[in-house]
Design a protein around this ligand. Structure first.
Ligand code: G3P
Length: 218
């Protein structure tokens, strides 16, 4: 499983990259809006692409395919790491297929059903982002969609990567890995929660305590 970070906060990205576990990054207009003050949209993306040695999703905001393709081409010029994030819609499908023809990778976002996902696959998206937490929010089981997509992708030997998004807690990550998802994009806080376990902390403390009694050095 690959770990992406779901943020546009450059310091947080830098920190998690230093752990040696980071494969990519996803942003969206909401996450970018939280970071205003760190430079222009393009500047922030450039900084992120310099840190992350893997795909960095940057989202378009145009209402139609023509505009999305234009914005996508502009974003793709920032770095070879940029993947153009396109919301699922009819216009989005046209844009995904148009950008694919230009050799630009896309990530289809705001996916809430298997039908939407398969249409985006057909349009040539490189990544599909089902939003798990938001499905949970409205009383569905987001992880059921991930399992359905794994089965559907398997049925048709789809090579598009399944990128589990809208992750809210460590259990979402565990469930995504058990379902066999390719990638999970994780908020900074959840990254910390994943690394922690109270028994690990107690174990470290006990080892150090016993080592001190020994009085030896390494
Ligand atoms: O990757 C998508 C993510 O940023 C959306 O998360 O918590 O706003 O549903 P959330």
């Amino acid at each position: 499983m690959k770990f992406f970070i779901d943020t546009a906060h450059v310091d947080h990205i830098q920190e998690v990259a230093s752990w040696g576990i980071l494969d990519g990054c996803t942003t969206n207009p909401t996450l970018i809006s939280k970071e205003k003050g760190g430079g222009s949209f393009q500047d922030v993306l450039k900084q992120i692409c310099d840190i992350v040695q893997g795909p960095v999703s940057a989202e378009v905001v145009a209402p139609n395919a023509e505009g999305m393709i234009k914005e996508g081409k502009t974003l793709a010029k920032i770095s070879e790491h940029i993947v153009v994030k396109i919301p699922m819609s009819i216009e989005g499908l046209k844009a995904m297929s148009g950008l694919k023809a230009e050799g630009i990778r896309t990530n289809c976002t705001l996916v809430f059903s298997a039908n939407q996902a398969m249409m985006a696959v057909a349009a040539g998206a490189a990544f599909i982002s089902p939003f798990i937490g938001r499905l949970d929010d409205v009383g569905h089981l987001g992880m059921d969609l991930v399992r359905d997509l794994m089965l559907a992708f398997d049925n048709y030997e789809v090579e598009t990567e399944l990128l589990v998004a809208s992750v809210r807690n460590p259990t979402h990550v565990t469930d995504a890995m058990l379902a066999g998802a390719d990638i999970v994009t994780v908020p900074y806080q959840v990254m910390y929660q994943m690394a922690k376990h109270p028994l690990t902390d107690i174990g470290i403390e006990k080892f150090l305590e016993d080592w001190k009694k020994l009085g030896a050095t390494i």
